[in-house]
Design a protein around this ligand. Sequence first.
Ligand SMILES: Cc1cc2nc3c(=O)[nH]c(=O)nc-3n(C[C@H](O)[C@H](O)[C@H](O)COP(=O)(O)OP(=O)(O)OC[C@H]3O[C@@H](n4cnc5c(N)ncnc54)[C@H](O)[C@@H]3O)c2cc1C
Length: 118
Amino acid sequence: MQATHHQIVVIGAGTAGITVAARLLRENKKLDVAIIDPADKHYYQPAWTLVGGGTFKYKSTERDMKGLIPGGAKWIQDFVDEIDPDTNRIVTRESGEITYDYLVACPGIQIDLDGIEA
Ligand SMILES: Cc1cc2nc3c(=O)[nH]c(=O)nc-3n(C[C@H](O)[C@H](O)[C@H](O)COP(=O)(O)OP(=O)(O)OC[C@H]3O[C@@H](n4cnc5c(N)ncnc54)[C@H](O)[C@@H]3O)c2cc1C
């Protein structure tokens, strides 16, 4: 059965979330670190500039997420819908509630080009 409490919960397994989790576990491999991210794939976004310039293939910016989760961290493939910092609790779409001692929020940004007034 999946644990519903983790010492450290990281939301998002992009560059930020993976880096934070890896550095924490490098300091202390006994830490209980869970990373929550629904995505199967991780994208190396800086190379997208080169994709736009026609010198790099989009497919080459893609990696399987499972190969990038740091050893010792638990990947929960799910989407966080709610954060309640008063009770150290998050609510996920599939796995329900998960509590934490420390939360690191790295969900990235959502680009909304339609929000720019013409
Ligand atoms: C075209 C382009 C060029 C760039 N060039 C450079 C550069 O030259 N140098 C540089 O330093 N940076 C560059 N950047 C910026 C850099 O790529 C980003 O700053 C970096 O990827 C952001 O990492 P992140 O972890 O914050 O977000 P992301 O990599 O976007 O990851 C966020 C993760 O959070 C997950 N997530 C989102 N919402 C939830 C949720 N509710 N629950 C669970 N998971 C969730 C997503 O699935 C995703 O995997 C560039 C970016 C772009 C787009």
